[in-house]
Design a protein around this ligand. Structure first.
Ligand code: GLY
Length: 254
């Protein structure tokens, strides 16, 4: 597995914020947490490839939003935030050796954070970042490979994957206040601890779940369910409205 990442920009404090108030960000601490995240991915067997840095793009560290990578194709997104549109160019160049590329076009918008793959289904959040035209373009791009696209309503958070992520091919971890668990039937749904609304964002790496350390109650529940967990500190990156999935694009070796 290759994990594409991108450096924390020195301008991170100027990031897009939608559901969070702006609070001071310690960029050096964010860089340290990002390094620990990359080290955790490496420990879990990923080869970490850094896409060239984009210091003028405050949100570039959240590389997940720039592409949806499947075994057969990489769909390069057109991010919903105007400030993030040109982040995709370097990511497309980095992915080109690994996958055929497909590009979402105007007027469609898609953020990768709104796209959750479970089995052969792409659940896609309908959010201010991902519009119906973008969802239709994505569905068209992946249909030849046998993937179905299921739009999902999201409220109260930035992206679909702020509210729900996959724990395995039959189970999702979800904040039921932000997304309806019924949207994922017949998958099994594990709910976050209600004191930890942001805990639903975790990364599956093989049989291990990589989670933010800030959510001990949810993480303990996942361990009780039998999941192997690795935790990393990510609270400084969270001030920029980013979570653990946002900081990588995982690409299976083909
Ligand atoms: N700051 C993360 C985003 O809004 O895309």
């Amino acid at each position: 597995m290759i994990a594409f990442t991108r450096a924390v920009s020195p301008t991170l404090a100027n990031c897009e914020l939608t559901h969070l108030d702006r609070s001071p960000i310690d960029v050096a601490r964010a860089i340290e947490q990002h390094a620990q995240y990359e080290a955790a991915l490496a420990t879990l067997g990923c080869t970490v490839h850094r896409v060239p840095a984009a210091p003028d793009h405050p949100d570039a560290v959240f590389i997940e939003d720039t592409a949806v990578v499947l075994d057969e194709v990489a769909v390069i997104t057109r991010p919903g935030a105007e400030s993030r549109r040109t982040e995709v160019e370097a990511v497309a160049a980095a992915l080109a050796p690994y996958r055929p590329l497909h590009q979402i076009q105007h007027p469609g918008t898609v953020d990768g954070g709104d796209v959750m793959l479970v089995g052969r289904t792409l659940y896609v959040g309908r959010t201010p970042r991902t519009n119906d035209d973008g969802i239709a373009q994505l569905a068209e791009a992946v249909r030849p490979f046998g993937y179905a696209v299921t739009p999902v309503e999201v409220q109260g958070c930035l992206h679909l994957k702020s509210a729900v992520t996959a724990l395995d091919d039959a189970t999702v971890l979800c904040n039921p206040r932000w997304v309806s668990p019924g949207a994922f039937a017949p998958l099994r749904v594990v709910a976050v601890d209600l004191h930890e609304p942001n805990a639903a964002n975790v990364v599956r790496v093989g049989r291990t779940v990589l989670a933010a350390a800030a959510y001990p109650r949810t993480n303990a529940a996942l361990e009780a369910h039998g999941y192997a967990l690795v935790t990393v500190p990510a609270d400084e990156l969270a001030k920029a409205e980013g979570a653990v999935t946002c900081c990588s694009l995982l690409v299976a070796a083909s």
